[in-house]
Ligand binder design. Structure first.
Ligand code: TYD
Length: 227
């Protein structure tokens, strides 16, 4: 990637706060929320304190923005969505992420910045530069220490989403081509940010995925997760 490519890693990322930020990413129905919940339960059983959070909707403002963002009956252009997701993120960083990370805490987030690059830039075709710039501003330069990406081919996704056909959100209604672009976006982000991505095959059994996540966390952060 060229240095000006907005999804390429910067040459020397600035030192972040003392905590550890782990994001779970993937298309809708990839099982990332299940894996996040399972990891949280394992950490709780091992008495390892941590914060569980998500985007959009982790703060009082975010909950209102989430209602707007997911409402399939409310017209919202891709650009309008982008600003709303970034507003949610700015508040999320200020109220939840920075306080926990500044205390040195472990934070597990169900989606974070890669979702906007995948859904709004790759999915809807918005400028990657614009998405990257707004994300940098909203997160004040914060980035995940590790992103767990659950990759699911679009054929497998259709089966999982049709099971949730009732009450589908704005995004779940978008169809096969859209999700294929989003998935490809995630694959590209994972390729460029291989240093901070754990790439997982979401069609594998959940118990096996759980073991892969544990092994990676223990390998990368032995002081925090190692046994
Ligand atoms: P949610 O119900 O949280 O979906 P999931 O359980 O799959 O995480 O809805 C969040 C939706 O918002 C999801 O379809 C992805 C989409 N989204 C974006 O399009 N851009 C973003 O930046 C974020 C954070 C989410």
């Amino acid at each position: 990637m060229t240095p000006s490519d907005p999804i390429s890693p910067s040459v020397s990322p600035p030192a972040g706060p003392p905590g550890l930020l782990v994001a779970f990413e993937g298309v809708d129905g990839s099982g990332k929320s299940t894996q996040l919940r399972r990891l949280s339960a394992r950490l709780a059983a091992a008495k390892i304190p941590h914060t569980v959070t998500k985007e959009p909707g982790a703060t009082p403002l975010g909950k209102k923005l989430r209602e707007i963002l997911l409402d399939p009956a409310l017209p919202a252009s891709a650009l309008a969505q982008l600003f709303l997701f970034q507003a949610d993120r700015a508040q999320h960083r200020q109220e939840v992420l920075s306080p926990a990370l500044d205390r040195g805490g472990i934070v597990l987030s169900d989606r974070l910045s890669d979702a906007t690059m995948a859904y709004q830039a790759f999915g809807f075709g918005l400028s990657r530069e614009l998405v990257a710039t707004l994300t940098r501003v909203a997160l004040d330069g914060l980035r995940p220490d590790l992103t767990v990406l659950l990759d699911l081919p679009v054929e497998a996704l259709e089966g999982r989403l049709s099971a949730r056909a009732e009450g589908r959100t704005r995004f779940e209604r978008l169809g096969r081509d859209y999700f294929d672009r989003v998935r490809r976006g995630y694959l590209e982000i994972a390729r460029v940010h291989a240093d901070r991505t754990l790439f997982l095959d979401a069609t594998l059994p959940p118990d096996l995925l759980e073991k892969q996540i544990d092994a990676e966390l223990a390998r990368r952060f032995p002081g925090r997760f190692g046994r």
